[in-house]
Ligand binder design. Structure first.
Ligand code: CP
Length: 312
C-alpha cells in the first residue's frame, strides 16, 4: 500500500483489526520504525481528534510530526490546471505538493467538500492533487467523500465490543443544525460491508447515501424498525445526497434516545451536538462507546502509518 485514501485500500479488514489490537496492547513496540521520518499534517479544515491522534500515532512510531493549518496560514493554493493566477490564489498545487514532499516522508491531508457542487466534490480535487503532485505517500484525514481513518477506527471498536459472532449494526441518520458531509457515513458503510456483521442503514426519505456507497445494504426509512435487535447504533448526520448538500424537512423526530436504542451500544465519531443528535442520557450512559472510539483513532492511524513505513 502506497497511499491510504479510502477504506478500499484495506485488503483484509480482519487482519488489519487484529494488527491494530496488537499495536494497542503495545503501542511503543515499533518506536524505531519511524525514526528520522517526518509526518506532515495539512489541515484545510478544523479538527480535534484527527489532529491529535494522528500526531500521537506518529510519536508512538518514533516519527516527527509537523502540522500546518493550510487555510489560515499558507498561501492560497490553486488547483486548476492552466489557470491564469491573477485572483486570490498565490501558489499552485504542483509547486506546493512538490515542496512539502521535500520536508516530509508522508503527507496527511484533511479537505472537506463544498457541498455545493457534487461533481467537483466527488472528483476529490484536493486529495487527488496531492496524490498526483507529491512524491511521497498520502493519507486522507477526511476528504470530500470519505474518512477512512475514522472508518477503520469504527471497525476496530465494533470488533472489540461485540458480544456475539455476527452483531447487528445500524447506521442511523440524526438531525443537525448545519449541512454536513457524507464522508463519515460513507467510510463507515464501506467498513461494515467488509465485516461479518448484519448491517442496515436508517435515514429519512431524501437522505439516502450514494448508491455507489450503499450498494445492496438494506435502507430503512423507519428508525424504530431498523433499531429492532440492534447491538450497535452508529449515529451521524449527513446532508441530502440526492438534493445535494441540502437540509430537507423531516417530520419525525430522529434524535437518538435511550428509549429508542434500548440495550444497543451507541457510537458517534464526535464532535456531537448534545440533545440535537443524541440525548444526554445516552452519551452519559455505559452504553456510549464514543470515548473508547476516539481513543482508537490513535491505533488506527498508527496501523496505517506502520504499513506505509514498512512498504515504502
Ligand atoms: N472524528 C473526527 O474526525 O474528529 P475531528 O473532526 O475532531 O478530527
Amino acid at each position: 500500500m502506497k497511499h491510504y485514501t479510502s477504506i478500499n485500500d484495506i485488503e483484509n479488514i480482519n487482519s488489519w483489526i487484529d494488527e491494530a489490537k496488537e499495536i494497542k496492547a503495545n503501542p511503543l513496540a515499533n518506536k524505531e520504525l519511524g525514526k528520522n521520518k517526518t509526518l506532515g499534517l495539512l489541515f484545510f479544515n478544523s479538527s480535534l481528534r484527527t489532529r491529535l491522534s494522528t500526531q500521537k500515532a506518529a510519536l508512538n512510531l518514533g516519527m516527527d510530526p509537523i502540522v500546518m493549518n493550510v487555510s489560515g496560514d499558507a498561501w492560497g493554493i490553486e488547483f486548476g490546471d492552466g489557470t491564469v493566477m491573477n485572483g486570490n490564489t498565490a501558489e499552485h498545487i504542483k509547486e506546493a505538493a512538490a515542496v512539502v514532499s521535500q520536508y516530509c516522508d508522508i503527507i496527511a491531508v484533511r479537505a472537506f467538500p463544498s457541498l455545493t457542487d457534487k461533481e467537483k466534490d466527488e472528483s476529490e480535487q484536493i486529495l487527488n492533487s496531492f496524490v498526483e503532485f507529491a512524491s511521497v505517500p498520502i493519507i486522507s484525514m477526511e476528504s470530500a467523500t470519505g474518512h477512512p481513518l475514522q472508518g477503520l477506527t469504527d471497525a476496530i471498536t465494533i470488533s472489540e465490543n461485540a458480544t456475539k459472532k455476527k452483531p447487528k449494526v445500524v447506521l442511523s441518520w440524526a438531525p443537525h443544525v448545519k449541512t454536513l458531509p457524507h464522508a463519515v457515513a460513507n467510510s463507515f458503510t464501506q467498513a461494515m460491508q467488509k465485516m461479518d456483521v448484519e448491517f442496515v442503514i436508517a435515514n429519512p426519505e431524501g437522505y439516502n447515501l450514494s448508491k455507489e456507497i450503499s450498494k445492496d445494504t438494506p435502507i430503512y426509512h423507519n428508525q424504530e424498525e431498523a433499531f429492532k435487535d440492534a447491538d450497535f447504533v452508529y449515529t451521524k448526520n449527513w446532508s441530502s445526497y440526492e438534493t445535494y448538500g441540502q437540509l430537507l424537512e423531516v417530520n419525525e423526530n430522529w434524535t437518538i434516545t435511550k428509549d429508542k436504542i434500548g440495550d444497543a451500544k451507541f457510537m458517534h465519531c464526535l464532535p456531537v451536538r448534545r440533545n440535537v443528535v443524541v440525548e444526554d442520557a445516552v452519551l452519559d450512559s455505559d452504553s456510549s462507546l464514543v470515548i473508547k472510539q476516539a481513543n482508537n483513532r490513535t491505533y488506527a492511524a498508527q496501523l496505517v502509518l506502520k504499513k506505509i513505513l514498512e512498504n515504502n
